[in-house]
Design a protein around this ligand. Structure first.
Ligand code: BGC
Ligand code: NOJ
Length: 807
């Protein structure tokens, strides 16, 4: 069952009912000011850091859920309703929510009044604009009141939810005309304030929550809305809010438009005050006057559209499958940008108060956005590499505001260093910018330790070479990609972090997965060395790769699939001899991606085993059979009930690895089936089963063993976004950026007979037309000339390549 539809022309998903199974959200913002916005108006805003600069308040785990932090009310005689449905929840005559690229339009109507609100963050300013359109569709005059309200957060989101003994005495506001300023803590150490304005005269306001709601009341029926008379309250401590009341009258057919601004302003330390206790409002007033007129609001809105048009234009496909086109051209790329902006910090599953930027997450996310924002990708690579230690290991996370490694988590995740190679080579292949390898980058951000980025990559490679276990396979450390396979943790303490405790250091627990990563990424490093003329280093590393491949073939093969690991006792994990957890997905996908087992047929056998043992109609499970009891030697993975998360959930992130692996061995249809199974647009019809947004990937879908089989969780911020885009754009459709040109190796399923792709690459545009003759052989003509092989070399100053491909 569906709850809406894709409007591809407008690049929107249109939700037709407020009763989605879960709040279905969108992200607003592209720079420093961000908002989360659900289809019923829920969500919150922050400046740069969702924990430290939270502008509006959001309550987690609350019932009723998703109420806040922005509210609109219409009081039409005795009728009270919300255009976004919540918080009042009066029945609406019509409702829709259009989530688009960086904006959402929520519309509701009742008794002939149609209210439509366009929410967006303009490219250039730190604010959320709420453009409200009110129309009288009836045949008699309408007079009613509109209330627009926000609830302030006292800046630090953790403290705001915890430290009431202090917080309930610090709230301060100022009110001037139609603007309410939030200035808690501004008198002392903060140089920033928030404001909420409307470009109309108001007939009342409130800034004190209890005065507005009435003591002990909730947001669904505020006293001041019911009475139709604001209290003009000034908050002092307690719970500061900003409420504007505006009287509206509309003749039949008439429309009125209003613009509310939720803004964030920083002042210089010595320029904070106009008068004693009166904040310097100059910058706020500038912003307010900029958006005073509707034409400037509309201009900002069309600039936003242009920004997205531009980002998405680098890769566009046209096929006979609308689901494919809308994923590739719109939603998958859009989600990749959300992971760029948010990493894993703020979603409806990540509170914005926890994790910093993950090392491995950020490296992998980059694979999905590097073609859209190469300069920012470059900066990101340098930031990530700067938290590496001199021995090649690295902090697992860093804080976006300080860019320092996060000492609370530390390091010891032995897959981390190798991901750095993957993102660096992706960047160079996209841009041709080899100079990044000479960029001087510190270790652990310590001044004076700077070495060229290439040296960082080298240390990543040697870290693995120097940390092997009894089977000559890489030591796993605290965990590898699978955060929950904690082989040295042996935790018995409730609440102890599985990720950060190592109660033993066996020097024995090994990861076949890291072995496969090594083969792939040390290979990319060796390739770079050859390109730079350092054949000696390339030869040495290639020998190490050979050794690793042999170690995987002798000690990492279980007979029908690749083993996952050896635990601290030296026993295999992910083997048919195990009682539970006999086969894991990760090494099957990654070993084949790295080219292991292709000659001897093990690659095919491994993928057959995935099909037989792990594949469900909803996607591929992470492992099977699921663990039914806690295995202290395996860690967090066995803490989840069977079928959830890493314990045999359909962990979407590594499904594309299997799909890519299918393309590597030429299994065209299998690759596409695997792609479609978890692809949001292709699974839109089962929105009621998945329950999460049908326009973005979720991290996890409950596996067969779970009571809620097929139910998805953790939408938006997941590495599934970037890997799915890599899979479909580079392997299935087969257009890959390469050092010296564009590589074309489509692996199209039978159901796609022909496609066209427009790829903007470096300074040129490639118009590519592919005929799928199902031959498995690739023939390429560029501007009418047949070329040898699959690489279209770049020719200086050539701006347009017309490419005809037969496969
Ligand atoms: C989750 C993992 C996640 C990790 C982050 C675990 O509880 O299951 O998916 O990567 O926490 O620390
Ligand atoms: C989510 C984490 O963000 C990611 O780093 C990890 O690889 C997966 N979970 C699997 O555990």
């Amino acid at each position: 069952m569906k709850y809406g539809y894709f409007d591809d022309r407008r690049k929107e998903y249109v939700i037709q009912t407020p009763d989605t199974p879960l709040p279905w959200i969108n992200y607003l913002g592209s720079n420093q000011f961000f908002s989360l916005l659900s289809n019923t108006g829920g969500g919150y805003s922050f400046y740069r850091d969702a924990k430290l600069r939270r502008i509006t308040r959001y309550r987690y785990n609350n019932v009723p859920n998703d109420i806040g932090s922005r509210f609109f009310y219409i009081k039409d005689q005795d009728e009270i309703w919300s255009p976004c449905y919540k918080p009042v929840k009066s029945k609406l005559d019509s409702y829709s929510c259009r989530h688009g690229m960086g904006y959402s339009i929520i519309s509701g109507s009742r008794n002939s009044i149609v209210a439509s609100i366009t929410f967006f963050v303009p490219l250039e300013d730190n604010c959320e604009l709420q453009h409200v359109t009110l129309t009288n569709e009836g045949d008699s005059k309408k007079s009613f009141d509109l209330f627009g309200v926000v609830e302030w957060c006292l800046w630090n989101a953790v403290d705001d939810a915890a430290n009431y003994q202090r917080n309930l005495s610090i709230g301060e506001v100022e009110v001037e005309n139609s603007v309410i300023y939030h200035k808690s803590e501004y008198r002392e150490r903060r140089n920033h304030y928030g404001f909420y304005s409307v470009n109309a005269d108001t007939c009342g306001f409130d800034t004190n929550r209890d005065s507005f709601l009435g003591a002990d009341k909730d947001w669904s029926l505020p006293d001041r809305v019911r009475s139709g008379q604001s209290a003009d309250s000034i908050a002092s401590g307690w719970y500061p809010i900003a409420s504007h009341q505006i009287s509206i009258s509309l003749e039949p057919g008439e429309t009125k438009e209003l613009v509310f601004i939720l803004g964030y302003i920083e002042n210089e330390k010595n320029d904070k005050w106009d008068l004693p206790n009166k904040i310097n409002k100059t910058k706020a007033k500038e912003m307010i006057s900029k958006y005073e007129s509707l034409s400037s609001v509309n201009k900002a809105f069309s600039e936003l559209a242009g920004y997205w048009e531009d980002l998405l234009s680098n890769y566009q496909v046209h096929s006979a499958l609308p689901q494919l086109d809308r994923m590739v051209n719109i939603w998958n790329q859009y989600q990749c940008m959300a992971t760029f902006n948010m990493s894993r910090s703020a979603s409806y599953y990540e509170t914005g108060t926890g994790r910093g930027m993950g090392f491995r997450d950020s490296c992998q996310d980059l694979l999905g956005f590097v073609h859209m924002i190469p300069e920012q990708a470059r900066e990101r690579i340098i930031d990530i590499a700067s938290i590496q230690f001199e021995d090649g290991s690295t902090y697992h996370q860093y804080q976006p505001l300080t860019k320092q490694g996060n000492a609370d988590i530390g390091g010891g995740f032995n897959d981390d260093p190798l991901w750095l190679i993957g993102c660096t080579t992706a960047y160079i292949r996209e841009t041709g910018d080899m100079s990044i390898l000479d960029e001087m980058v510190p270790f652990n951000n310590v001044k004076g330790t700077e070495k060229p980025l290439l040296e960082h990559l080298k240390r990543s490679v040697y870290y693995t070479i120097n940390h092997k276990g009894p089977h000559n396979l890489p030591l796993i450390g605290r965990a590898d990609w699978n955060d929950c396979l904690n082989l040295n943790c042996f935790s018995e303490e409730p609440g102890e972090s599985f990720q950060t405790c190592e109660n033993i250091d066996s020097k024995k627990a090994e990861s076949i997965f890291i072995g496969a990563m090594f083969v792939k990424y040390a290979g990319e490093y060796a390739d770079l060395c050859s390109r730079l003329g350092n054949t000696e280093e390339a030869d040495y590393v290639n020998k190490e790769i050979q050794k690793m491949t042999e170690a995987i073939e002798t000690s990492g093969w279980d007979g029908s699939w690749f083993l996952r690991a050896y635990d601290s006792y030296g026993d295999p994990v992910g083997s048919h001899i195990c009682e539970e957890g006999q086969i894991y997905i990760e090494p099957q996908g990654f070993c084949v991606m790295a080219g292991i087992g292709i000659q001897n047929g093990n690659a095919k056998k491994a993928l057959d085993s995935v099909e037989e043992r792990l594949t469900t109609p909803y996607g591929i499970q992470l492992l099977n059979p699921c663990y039914t009891k806690y295995h202290i030697n395996l860690g967090e993975i066995t803490s989840y009930p069977p079928g959830y998360k890493e314990n045999g959930g359909i962990f979407c992130h590594n499904n594309p690895w299997v799909s890519i692996a299918h393309t590597v061995i030429g299994q065209r249809n299998e690759a596409f089936e695997s792609y479609k199974r978890i692809s949001p647009a292709f699974t839109e019809e089962i929105s009621d089963i998945h329950r999460t947004e049908p326009y973005v990937y979720s991290q996890m879908i409950a596996g067969r063993e779970a009571p809620n089989y097929g139910e998805a969780k953790n939408s938006w911020l997941t590495g599934t976004a970037s890997w799915s885009f890599v899979n479909v754009s580079q392997f299935i459709l087969g257009i890959r950026a390469d050092y010296d040109g564009l590589r074309i190796e489509p692996c199209l399923p039978d159901e796609l007979n022909e496609i066209t792709i427009i790829r903007e690459f470096r300074d040129a545009r490639f118009n590519i037309h592919i005929n799928n003759r199902k031959t498995g052989k690739i023939q390429i003509m560029v501007d009418g000339e047949k070329i040898k092989g699959t690489l279209i070399p770049l020719i200086e100053n050539k701006k347009l390549y017309t490419v005809e491909v037969d496969v």
